[in-house]
Design a protein around this ligand. Structure first.
Ligand SMILES: Nc1nc2c(c(=O)[nH]1)N[C@H]1C(S)=C(S)[C@@H](COP(=O)(O)O)O[C@H]1N2
Ligand SMILES: [Mo]
Length: 306
């Protein structure tokens, strides 16, 4: 998973624990320090209020959260988003919400920023590759947006679509995924208060490499469900295709709940490395959010619906 591999395919993506040997690890952490960026003093601070959903675990630093990213539209190396996303134009920007709803609507980003009071949501995030971070997002429950368009009774699923602009996104020239990046949730997952529409990080507008100007964050699922730089949301009657499921159906299912009991076909999901830590820790069911969300999956075989 480096810039040196000219034709990386999804099947070549590996668990961090498989490729991150000691040398790479030292390089990676050295890089984090070298890339230590401070929050842009110019960026206006967002007004946020605390949330009962926030974790009290130690937060990862701004430098870690903004220099070790997955955002394949800018390249597959962890440093590519920080390197190349800076030029992404995030104004003007609008998010279209349509499909099975009574009031489809296009929301300007500056309207979205104020659609509901912003909360600081300090969430544990875990990537399917085996690393995790604790991130102070700013946003509000996705349900606040969805209720604005008045979903019909046929709205059973929600599809999320990221920007795909080859002029701004160098990674689109490689067929790593079937662009645009798309993801999906069942309506009850999308309406769960933990699912947020995210517009900020550490009380600042979202940095481009983290999915500016607006992204999804679903903390009990592997990181890839949290689609970045959203331009469209479609309410659907049937389950939408998702980019990762289309690319490698045997490895990435629709649900993608963090589940230490279901191994990825090519590596264990039993533990994870918190970025900044040396030792790995046990991965918790639903990434530690089981009390809140396990009920959504009552009666489902989560080995089958992985
Ligand atoms: N559009 C888009 N969204 C995306 C991705 C991507 O490549 N493109 N990567 C996903 C993956 S695999 C992870 S782990 C998280 C990483 O978010 P972060 O870089 O802000 O930590 O974003 C997710 N959202
Ligand atoms: Mo990920």
């Amino acid at each position: 998973m480096s810039q040196a591999s000219p034709s990386l395919l999804p099947s070549e993506i590996t668990a961090e624990s498989l490729y991150l040997d000691r040398r790479r690890f030292l390089q990676a952490t050295g890089g984090l320090i070298a890339a230590a960026m401070l929050p842009d003093a110019q960026a206006a601070a967002l007004v946020t209020r605390p949330s009962r959903f926030s974790s009290n675990e130690e937060k990862n630093s701004w430098a870690q959260i903004t220099s070790y990213n997955n955002f394949y539209e800018f390249g597959t190396d962890k440093g590519d988003p920080a390197r190349y996303a800076g030029a992404l134009k995030t104004r003007p920007w609008s998010l279209r919400v349509e499909g099975e709803c009574e009031a489809p609507k296009t929301f300007d980003i500056d309207v979205l920023m104020k659609l509901a009071p912003l909360e600081e949501r300090i969430y544990r995030m875990r990537c399917v590759e085996g690393w995790s971070m604790v991130i102070p997002w700013a946003g509000y429950s996705l349900s606040e947006l969805l209720k604005q368009v008045r979903p019909t009774s046929k709205a059973k699923y929600i599809e999320f679509i990221s920007l795909a602009d080859p002029k701004q996104m160098p990674g689109l020239s490689r067929p790593v995924l079937d662009w645009p990046y798309t993801e999906g949730l069942r309506i009850d997952e999308a309406m769960h208060p933990l699912s947020i529409l995210c517009v900020g990080l550490y009380g600042k507008p979202l940095p481009n490499q983290d999915g500016a100007p607006v992204r999804l964050v679903v903390p009990w699922k592997y990181g890839f469900k949290s689609a970045k730089s959203l331009v469209k949301i479609v309410l659907r009657e049937t389950q939408p295709a998702t980019a990762w499921n289309k690319a490698v159906p045997s490895e990435y299912g629709f649900y993608s709940n963090v589940n230490p009991a279901v191994d990825h076909p090519r590596w264990s999901q039993a533990n994870e490395r918190r970025i900044g830590d040396l030792l790995r820790r046990k991965t918790l069911p639903f990434n530690g959010y089981a009390n809140e969300v396990a009920g959504l999956y009552k009666g489902m075989d989560l080995k089958k619906h992985f």
